[in-house]
Design a protein around this ligand. Structure first.
Ligand SMILES: C[S@@+](CC[C@H](N)C(=O)[O-])C[C@H]1O[C@@H](n2cnc3c(N)ncnc32)[C@H](O)[C@@H]1O
Length: 254
């Protein structure tokens, strides 16, 4: 299933490559930044019914199964990703579906884990309503999204170098604003191999507002920091994402 006509967010096309790279520790953003942040925020999972939302090829099921949950279910809009997930992790249940209209009963899960998927959806209010519905009372949701300090920046040339910049300049002609920190806007990010990802990035305050409006209790919030283990693999990457948050995560309770 193609998420849209422009081949943007075509997780079907990149499913196999993604699975290979993640299982071989080649995705630095996940290995050294996003997953360490998510692991540090996990609640008690023993005996819980877990939903992995936007699970992709579901490598995260290996991580979550270590905590002895009762059951792990995964859902993703990409058919190809779910095909690989089913083949690779037969102990979990997988579904193809949209987080805006989940094929699950009310109160079906104790914990929802969602890595970097909710930012693909523009209607966050609808998504959080749906997640609240399928969570059991006192159930928790842990999710990560792109941080505006990284994903709402604009690439500019300065002194013959390229910078991801956010800020402003006041000159004789008025003010020029670079990047958009406060807006909830579509950002298109280009990666190597012509992989293009479209996301709807927003500041932490936007998420706090929508979560509170949907009756979630906020339990924890973090901005990501690249871990030291990355220094030996890629020092430049470490320097960049130790100081500049690439992602942020929220732990909330129904
Ligand atoms: C960056 S990937 C993350 C995959 C996995 N959670 C991980 O961390 O490796 C984002 C995933 O969100 C899925 N996705 C995007 N929009 C979705 C939607 N509306 N409903 C369900 N999944 C969606 C994509 O297909 C993709 O697999």
């Amino acid at each position: 299933m193609n998420m849209n006509e422009n081949n943007v967010n075509d997780y079907d096309a990149f499913a196999e490559k993604r699975h290979y790279e993640v299982t071989n520790g080649m995705k630095k953003s996940l290995r050294f930044v996003e997953k360490p942040m998510m692991i540090s925020m996990l609640p008690e999972l023993e005996g819980k019914r877990i939903l992995m939302l936007g699970c992709g090829t579901a490598e995260e099921s290996e991580l979550l199964s270590k905590y002895n949950p009762k059951k792990i279910t995964g859902i993703d809009i990409s058919e190809e990703s779910i095909k690989i997930a089913k083949e690779s992790y037969p102990n979990c249940d997988f579904y193809v579906g949209d987080m805006l209209s989940l094929p699950f009963d009310n109160n079906e899960f104790d914990f929802i884990f969602s890595s970097l998927a909710i930012s693909h959806v523009e209607d966050k209010d609808k998504a959080f309503k749906e997640l609240y519905r399928v969570l059991d009372n006192d159930g928790e949701l842990l999710f990560s999204v792109g941080h505006p300090m990284r994903f709402a920046t604009k690439k500019i040339e300065y002194n013959n170098k390229y910078y991801h910049a956010i800020g402003f300049e006041v000159g004789a002609d008025g003010v020029e604003v670079i990047g958009n920190y406060m807006s909830h806007t579509k950002q298109v990010n280009y990666f190597k191999d012509n992989e293009v990802l479209e996301e709807f990035i927003a500041p932490p305050s936007y998420f706090f507002e929508v979560l509170l409006k949907n009756n979630f209790e906020i339990e924890n919030f973090k901005e990501s920091q690249c871990i030291e283990e990355c220094i030996n693999v890629d020092e430049a990457y470490y320097k960049r994402f130790h100081e500049i948050p690439q992602f942020m995560a929220f732990l909330v309770k129904k």
